[in-house]
Design a protein around this ligand. Structure first.
Ligand code: SAH
Length: 362
C-alpha cells in the first residue's frame, strides 16, 4: 500500500467506509499525494486534445469570438475555462481570439478555475508569456455569476466525483470504499438508500438486480449553475469530454496510469481517475436552468464545422516541414476511430440566441 492508501485506510478504520466520490476526491486532491496536486498527470497518464494539436484551442477561441459576435457583442464579457490543465487550450484560444475579435480581449475578464495549486503554477508560467491579464479561482461560484459568461471546459467534467448505486433485492445500495483484510476494497452499504426507487431514474427503465447506476452529482450541479448564469446574463458554454449520449447504464469509473488501465484501489493518487460523462443528464440539468442546449455532437463534426480542416491546411502551408506531424495530430482529434467520436461537445446559449457554431453553422 502506498502512503495515500495507508492514510485512507486509517480514515476508514476510524469513521467507516467512504463513498466513491470521497475516495476520488482524495485520490485527485490530497495535498501531498493527489494526482492533480502532486503529479504531472496530464501528458503522462493521459493526453488531452489541446496537447495533441494547437488547432483544438484555436477552434474553441473562434467559437467564443463567433458566439459573442452573434449575441451582439455584449459589454463586460467574462471568458472562463474550467480545469485548464497545463494552460495550453487557453493560450491557443487567446491567440485565435486576438486574430478574430481583438476587441473582445480589450473588454473581457479572463478567469481560470483550477483546484490544484501545482497546475495553477504551470498555467501561470505558460500564460505569462502571452501577457494576458488573467485571474485564478479555485471553484466556479457566485463570484462568476454577474457578467455574460463564455465558458470552455475540456476533460473537466469527466474527473468530477461519481457515486455508484447497485440494484439489490433490498433496493439501491451505495457502493462504498471500505477495508477487507486491511486493504482498500469495494463494499456495498447494507442499507438501501431511502427513496432510491423514486430518486434514481434507472428504476423507471426496469433495472434488474446487479445493475449499477453511476451519477456525478457535482457535475449536474455545476452544469445547472453555468446554465443559470448564461440564461440570465448571456454568453455560451462549450463542454467537451468523452462520454455517452444515450441513456446511462453501468459503471464507467476508470483509473489510467502512464496511458494504461490501472487498478481503481491499488495505488490511490498514482493513477488518473475519471468516468464517462453522462451528456443527457448534463443537458437536462442545463435545460432546467433555462438555456438552449445543443448536442452533444461528436468532436469530429463540431471541429469540422468550425473549420479545423482549413486551419490545418493553412498551418501546413506556413510550416511545410511539419506537414506530416500537423496532419497526424489533427487526424487524431477528428478521426472517429481516435478522439473524433468518443469525445463529444455540448453547448449552451441563452434561449432565443442564434445557434452556436459547431452544429451546422450558417
Ligand atoms: N482541460 C485540460 C486538463 C484536463 S485534466 C486539458 O484539456 O488538457 C482536469 C483539470 O481539471 C485539471 O486541471 C484539474 O486539476 C482540474 N480539476 C479537476 N477537478 C476540479 C475541480 N473540482 N475544481 C477545479 N478544477 C478541477
Amino acid at each position: 500500500m502506498n502512503a495515500l492508501a495507508t492514510k485512507i485506510a486509517r480514515w476508514i478504520e476510524t469513521q467507516g467506509p467512504i463513498s466513491i466520490a470521497q475516495y476520488m476526491n482524495l485520490c485527485q486532491f490530497d495535498a501531498e499525494a493527489g494526482s492533480y496536486t502532486s503529479r504531472q498527470t496530464i501528458g503522462r497518464d493521459f493526453v488531452t486534445s489541446p496537447e495533441v494539436s494547437q488547432t483544438f484551442g484555436e477552434m474553441l477561441g473562434l467559437w467564443v469570438a463567433q458566439t459573442w459576435h452573434d449575441q451582439g457583442r455584449p459589454a463586460h464579457p467574462r471568458l472562463v475555462e474550467l480545469g485548464p490543465g497545463r494552460g495550453t487550450l487557453m493560450a491557443d484560444a487567446l491567440r485565435a481570439i486576438a486574430a478574430a475579435a481583438p476587441e473582445f480581449l480589450d473588454i473581457a475578464e479572463i478567469v481560470m478555475v483550477e483546484a490544484s495549486p501545482a497546475l495553477m503554477t504551470v498555467q501561470r508560467d505558460k500564460l505569462k508569456l502571452i501577457g494576458a491579464d488573467i485571474a485564478w479561482h479555485e471553484r466556479f461560484d457566485d463570484a462568476l455569476a454577474d457578467r455574460p459568461l463564455y465558458l470552455l471546459a475540456n476533460e473537466f467534467f469527466d474527473c468530477l466525483p461519481v457515486q455508484q448505486y447497485v440494484r439489490t433485492p433490498r433496493g439501491w445500495c451505495e457502493r462504498m470504499v471500505g477495508l477487507k483484510d486491511g486493504e482498500l476494497s469495494f463494499a456495498l452499504n447494507p442499507e438501501p438508500v431511502p427513496n432510491g426507487d423514486t430518486l434514481l431514474p434507472l428504476t423507471r427503465t426496469g433495472a434488474t438486480v446487479g445493475c449499477v447506476y453511476e451519477v456525478a452529482p457535482s457535475a449536474l450541479v455545476m452544469a445547472e449553475e453555468i446554465a443559470r448564469v448564461i440564461a440570465s446574463q448571456g454568453g455560451g458554454a462549450a463542454i467537451i469530454d468523452y462520454g455517452y449520449d444515450g441513456p446511462g447504464f453501468g459503471e464507467t469509473l476508470q483509473a489510467v496510469a502512464n496511458g494504461k488501465p490501472a487498478g481503481l484501489l491499488s495505488e490511490p493518487g498514482e493513477a488518473d481517475l475519471s468516468a464517462h460523462v453522462d451528456f443527457p443528464a448534463l443537458a437536462s440539468a442545463a435545460s432546467r436552468a433555462g438555456v438552449a442546449v445543443y448536442g452533444a455532437t461528436s468532436q469530429c463534426n463540431f471541429l469540422a464545422d468550425l473549420g479545423i480542416g482549413e486551419r490545418a491546411e493553412r498551418l501546413i502551408k506556413s510550416n511545410p516541414k511539419d506537414a506530416r506531424e500537423i496532419a497526424i495530430a489533427v487526424d487524431r482529434l477528428v478521426n472517429p476511430a481516435e478522439m473524433g467520436a468518443l469525445f463529444k461537445v455540448l453547448c449552451m446559449v441563452p434561449q432565443g440566441a442564434k445557434q452556436p457554431p459547431g452544429f451546422g453553422y450558417g
